[in-house]
Design a binder for this molecule. Structure first.
Ligand code: AMP
Length: 398
């Protein structure tokens, strides 16, 4: 692996820490091209591995039994010639405590710990990443960027569940929304493409990746999200069901004897596109299979697009004007079929795509995939959560 960057290129390290994985990217302080990106997986086990890409070359390094600390140490060995100025961490749940990104300090860590009950799988893993980075880079400022922060502008009518108030007042049970870093980035990029000020831009953004959510953005502020208390609510996703009848758990328990935890695991990891198709959670696989006549793959895509369109219609209630419908995420950016099938359900709103622009993902025309007669412009705008976290880090440390 070569290292042809000039010595001492100022950069920001972006870390996204999972329970047994650590994803990272190194971005320059000046410029937007990722300098290094890597993923360490199966941490803590004999098959722990670090995959790293730099200067167009990739390496796969075995790091048996490495912890998050070992993985980050191995990654640092590939950062020669770079001069980290700060570290940005993706944090999943900031509850009502965090309405913006923050510089990390002990008080802030305690506040994130208070949010652990809201994200018992994600927040502890995110905190491991922060503690490890603070140990290895004690001199560097570190910033936490929350997936929920952008949605803290939701009004009570959008964030309250219609259940007794006491659950909100005592346990903070409410809708939070996630993917905020992505929706926020896409807002800024879309405003730039439309030549508008972000705070005067109203959109519905659709982040369609393995996890999926849509967001109503009113004058630059999140006004509603399809995700709720957890990222399980809302749209059909790769392996998550999205919305189901709240009585489903009871029904399944009574009929099958499944325990609550088993039902939750089924709804999170064996449902969505995977559950519907019985084939895969990957939209590429499903599109190819549907093309070859696989009926369940075809139906899974239909349910995905119909439910998405239905949610878009619901999110319109949060807006009084709309500048664009925006597709992003792995599916949103790359699947003309999903965009076309979703738009077909939005005829009544006057949405009309241009087939040729849609086929090239809007790249021929500043992201636009709609035809001139469409009452709502439609765009494809690639997301870049790492860049957004790096920008937030620089904003707070400079
Ligand atoms: P993400 O989580 O944003 O990386 O998105 C992952 C999803 O994007 C998976 O369902 C992929 O199948 C889907 N995806 C990536 N490339 C394509 C493509 N060319 N066509 C359809 N889906 C794609």
């Amino acid at each position: 692996m070569t290292t042809d960057h000039s010595p001492g290129t100022d950069c920001v390290i972006v870390i996204n820490c999972g329970s047994s994985s650590l994803k990272f990217a190194v971005l320059p302080v000046v410029g937007e091209e990722v300098l290094i990106k890597g993923l360490a997986e199966r941490l803590g086990g004999p098959e722990a591995v670090l995959k790293i890409e730099r200067d167009g070359e990739s390496a796969r390094i075995s790091i048996p039994s490495a912890t998050h600390r070992g993985a980050l140490q191995a990654a640092i060995r590939h950062m020669n010639g770079l001069n980290p100025r700060g570290i940005g961490h993706r944090m999943v749940h900031g509850g009502e405590e965090f309405t913006d990104s923050v510089v990390i300090c002990d008080d802030m860590m305690a506040a994130v710990e208070r949010c652990i009950c809201l994200a018992p799988l994600h927040n502890p893993a995110n905190l491991v990443g922060v503690r490890t980075a603070r140990e290895l880079f004690p001199e560097l400022p570190q910033v936490a960027v929350f997936d929920t922060a952008f949605h803290q502008t939701l009004p009570p009518k959008a964030y309250l569940y219609a259940i007794p108030r006491t659950y909100y007042e005592e346990l903070k049970v409410r809708r939070y929304g996630f993917h905020g870093t992505s929706h926020h980035y896409v807002l800024l990029e879309t405003a730039r493409l439309l030549d508008r000020r972000a705070e005067q831009t109203s959109l519905i953004t659709m982040h369609l990746g393995n996890g999926c959510s849509a967001c109503a953005i009113r004058n630059g502020r999140s006004a509603d999200s399809t995700m709720g208390l957890t990222p399980s609510e809302g749209l059909v996703m790769g392996t998550r069901s999205g919305d189901v009848d709240p009585a489903l758990h009871q029904f399944l328990q009574d009929q099958t004897g499944m325990r609550l935890g088993e039902i939750t695991a089924m709804l999170n990891s064996r449902s969505g596109l995977l559950g519907l198709s019985g084939l895969s959670n990957d939209m590429r696989t499903l599109s190819a299979a549907a093309h070859d006549g696989h009926q369940h793959a075809r139906l899974a895509i239909e349910v995905f697009c119909y439910r998405l369109a239905k949610s878009v219609c619901g999110l319109m209630a949060a807006l009084d004007t709309i500048d664009a419908l925006v597709f992003t995420g792995g599916i949103g950016e790359n699947s003309p079929q999903v965009r076309a099938m979703t738009a077909a359900h939005l005829n009544l709103l006057g949405v009309v795509l241009d087939d040729a622009r849609n086929a090239v993902h809007g790249r021929a025309d500043k992201g636009s995939i709609s035809s001139p007669e469409s009452r709502i412009p439609c765009l494809v705008v690639p997301t870049n959560e790492e860049l957004m976290i790096a920008r937030e880090t620089l904003r707070l440390i400079s």
